[in-house]
Design a protein around this ligand. Structure first.
Ligand SMILES: Cc1ncc(COP(=O)(O)O)c(C=O)c1O
Length: 381
C-alpha cells in the first residue's frame, strides 16, 4: 500500500497538537507549491481557484496572496472572497444555475464575468447583469473522470454558437467558451476534442461578427488517490499541442479552474476507529467502523468513486480484507465495500485511520448534523 504523503508538517502537527478526531489537516505550503507549479506549466493562463473544492478562508487567502482569481458557485462563496478583501475583478460566477436575484447581487458587487449554458439563464443575465461578460459552457464527454460532471451542465456546439450570438443581441458581452472534462480526470487527452470544438465555435461566431477571446479549460486536474495519474506536465503538453493545432497564432486568453489539484494532496483526514466487528457472525467479513463516513467528510466515496489511500496507527503487521463504514445509523453510510481494501488484522477501536489526499471536496461536503455528528473540523497549518 502506498502511504506516502507530501507533508511532514502535517505529521508533526498531529503528533504534537493531538487534535480531537476526526479532523482534517491542510498544509498551506503544499497549496502554495501546487499553485506555483501550475502557474509554471500554464504561464499565460489565468488561474481561477474553484472555491467549492475547499472554501477554508486560510486557503483562499493564501492563494489570493499568490495572485489567484476565483471561480465561485454561490452568493456564500462570493461573500467569503469579498470578506477577505479580494476585488470583484478577480471573481468569476461560474455556476450555470443561478437565481436572478443572486446574479443581480453579484453584478452590483462588481462581478463582471458569468457562465451560462441555456437560453433562460442568458435572459436572466441580460436582465440582472446588463453589459456583463459571459461565457458559454459546452457539454463534453467525461470519459476518464473518476468524478464526472457532465449531462447536468453544458449545451451542444450548435446551441453554444446560437446563444453566444444571442448574448450580443441581448446587450451582453459574449467573451468565450468553457467546458469541464470531469473531476479527477485521469486522461490528459480528454481536453483535445473540446478544445477543437471551442475553436469551431470561435470561428463560427467570428463569421457573424462576434469575436470571442476567452477559453476556459475548467477543472479536472487530479489529486493522488489510488489510481496512478500522469504528471501535470503531461496535461500541460497535451493541452498546449491542442491549442496550437486548433487556434494557431490566434490563441485566446486561457483560464483554468482547478479545485482538486490545488488542495487535494494538501490535506489529510484522521479518523478514529469506533468498532471492528465480523458480520453476520464471527468469521464473516470484517467491518471497520470509523468516526467519519459518507455524511461527515467522505461524500466522494459515493459509488466508491474516489478511492483514497489509507494509513493506520497499526501499519506494519499482517493485513486482511475489510469493509469500511461510517458512524451513522444509515446503511448507505458505507465507505468501501466492493473496492478491495486491506487493513491491519490487529486494528481495534481507539486506533486511527488516515485518509490521504483529502484536502478537496471533504469538509465542505459534510452534513451539518446528520445523526447529530458535527461537521468535521479543518486545521490549516
Ligand atoms: C465550473 C467548475 N469549475 C471548476 C471546478 C473544479 O473542478 P476540479 O476540482 O476537478 O478541478 C468545478 C467542480 O465542480 C466546477 O463545477
Amino acid at each position: 500500500m502506498d502511504t506516502t504523503h507530501p507533508s511532514e508538517r502535517i505529521d508533526r502537527f498531529l503528533a504534537v497538537e493531538r487534535p480531537a478526531l476526526p479532523c482534517i489537516v491542510v498544509d498551506l505550503d503544499i497549496v502554495r507549491a501546487r499553485y506555483m507549479a501550475l502557474h509554471k506549466q500554464f504561464p499565460a493562463a489565468s488561474i481561477f481557484y474553484a472555491v467549492k473544492a475547499n472554501p477554508a478562508p486560510h486557503i483562499i487567502a493564501a492563494l489570493a496572496d499568490l495572485g489567484a482569481n476565483f471561480d465561485l458557485a454561490s452568493p456564500g462563496e462570493i461573500e467569503r472572497c469579498r470578506a477577505l478583501g479580494i476585488s470583484a475583478a478577480r471573481l468569476s460566477y461560474g455556476n450555470t444555475i443561478k437565481h436572478e436575484r443572486d446574479i443581480a447581487a453579484a453584478h452590483a458587487a462588481g462581478i463582471d464575468l458569468f457562465a451560462f449554458d441555456s437560453a433562460p439563464e442568458l435572459l436572466k443575465l441580460s436582465r440582472a447583469a446588463p453589459g456583463a461578460r459571459v461565457f458559454c459552457r459546452l457539454l463534453v464527454r467525461n470519459q476518464g473522470a473518476e468524478w464526472p460532471l457532465t449531462h447536468k451542465f453544458g449545451c451542444d456546439q450548435h446551441t453554444a454558437i446560437e446563444l453566444l450570438l444571442r448574448a450580443r443581441a441581448l446587450g451582453l458581452r459574449p467573451v468565450g467558451v468553457s467546458f469541464h472534462v470531469g473531476s479527477q480526470q485521469t486522461d490528459p487527452r480528454q481536453w483535445i476534442a473540446p478544445i477543437g470544438q471551442a475553436a469551431e465555435i470561435f470561428r463560427a461566431c467570428a463569421r457573424d461578427g462576434v469575436d470571442l477571446s476567452l477559453l476556459n479549460l475548467g477543472g479536472g486536474l487530479p489529486a493522488n488517490y489510488r489510481t496512478l495519474i500522469p504528471d501535470l506536465a503531461a496535461y500541460a503538453e497535451t493541452i498546449e499541442t491542442a491549442l496550437t493545432a486548433d487556434f494557431g497564432a490566434a490563441r485566446p486568453h486561457i483560464l483554468v479552474e482547478p479545485g482538486r489539484h490545488l488542495v487535494g494532496d494538501a490535506g489529510l483526514m484522521r479518523a478514529g476507529v469506533v468498532l471492528v466487528a465480523e458480520r453476520p457472525h464471527p468469521g464473516g467479513p470484517r467491518w471497520v467502523y470509523l468516526d467519519v463516513g459518507r455524511y461527515n467528510g467522505l461524500a466522494e466515496t459515493q459509488g466508491e468513486a474516489i478511492r483514497y489511500r489509507l494509513r493506520t496507527s497499526r501499519d506494519g503487521g499482517e493485513t486482511g480484507r475489510v469493509i469500511l463504514a461510517g458512524p451513522s445509523c444509515d446503511s448507505t453510510d458505507i465507505i468501501y465495500e466492493r473496492t478491495h481494501y486491506e487493513l491491519p488484522l490487529d486494528l481495534v477501536a481507539g486506533d486511527w485511520v488516515d485518509f490521504l489526499s483529502t484536502g478537496a471536496y471533504t469538509a465542505s461536503y459534510a452534513s451539518v448534523e446528520f445523526n447529530g455528528f458535527p461537521p468535521i473540523r479543518t486545521h490549516c497549518i
